[in-house]
Design a protein around this ligand. Structure first.
Ligand code: COA
Length: 255
């Protein structure tokens, strides 16, 4: 990736939004009926959401889609999708798009961006918790049903809710100095490195399902005990580990 040539900016016209739909299809390989259609991108931009694109020499190579949300009388942005074309991954582009998203959200008065992610996706969890500073204290069982995306491997679409408190000390310190405030780890929840290959093959999928079932119980129990995901570790073999502790920070609204 020629980093200097990549331009990150908001998308406004139909051609750019159509490019998002095409990239969505390429990245998730959803059946057409499960794709978020062009009209939703158009509506999202008009109602205060965000369509952000990254362009390499004019060609879209990544995008993010957000829609405005409201809970308990407060507005936030719900980030529905972030996609980076496979040749452009692991070079910091996903993180840069999230940082652009944060700046734009702050400029428009939002303090919170939320999104959901699959807790079996080690890379996404690491990016969300360790590199961006999101926390998680809510778990949705089989949020979208069983989808056609091969990334899901025919498992229930369980999701953690990432809460990104844009002006929190945690996030500001992390973005400034790559360090977040310390916390006491009270519980850990592990994901084996083999999870990706287990999900892909019908012969091993049952093992992935067992990890999902076991972790689901642990997350639900820990969250009902008042814990949150505050950290994430990767080991040299590629396994991931959620670190949970107490969240008592005053900068968060109630869940
Ligand atoms: C998730 C996604 C958007 C990330 O984009 P990206 O440009 O690759 O992300 P970045 O390069 O900014 O950050 C990825 C981080 O994860 C790390 N990483 C890469 N592979 C990893 C792995 N197997 N396990 C743990 N961490 C991993 C990278 O090293 C990088 O961290 P670093 O900045 O400390 O080096 C991209 O992989 C993607 O489009 N995936 C498919 C769609 C998807 O899952 N979208 C998110 C849910 S909506």
């Amino acid at each position: 990736m020629s980093e200097s040539a990549i331009v990150i900016r908001k998308c406004h016209n139909l051609d750019e939004m159509s490019a998002c739909v095409r990239l969505q299809k390429e990245v998730w390989n959803f059946a057409d009926a499960e794709l978020v259609p062009l009209r939703v991108f158009v509506a999202a931009e008009k109602i205060g959401g965000q369509i952000i694109g990254a362009f390499d020499d004019g060609k879209m190579v990544a995008f993010a889609l957000s829609v405005p949300g409201s809970r308990g009388g407060r507005s936030y942005l719900h980030s529905q999708m972030l996609a980076v074309q496979s040749e452009y991954r692991n070079a910091g582009l996903g993180r840069q798009i999230k940082l652009f998203q944060r700046e734009d959200a702050l400029a428009r008065g939002f303090e919170l961006v939320e999104w959901t992610f699959d807790p079996l996706e080690i890379k996404n969890a690491y990016l969300n918790i360790e590199r961006l500073g999101a926390i998680a204290r809510r778990y949705h069982v089989n949020q979208y049903g069983i989808t056609s995306s091969p990334l899901q491997g025919c498992l229930p679409s369980d999701r953690l809710v990432a809460e990104w408190w844009l002006k929190s000390d945690r996030v500001e310190r992390l973005l400034r100095s790559a360090q977040k405030p310390g916390f006491e780890t009270l519980k850990t929840i592990s994901v084996p490195a083999e999870i990706y290959e287990w999900k892909v093959s019908p012969a091993t999928r049952e093992r992935a399902r067992e990890v999902q079932d076991c972790n689901r119980k642990d997350f639900l129990q820990a969250f009902s005990d008042g814990m949150a995901v505050l950290g994430y570790e990767r080991d040299p073999q590629g396994a991931g580990k959620f670190l949970l502790g107490r969240w008592e920070e005053t900068w968060m609204y109630p869940a």
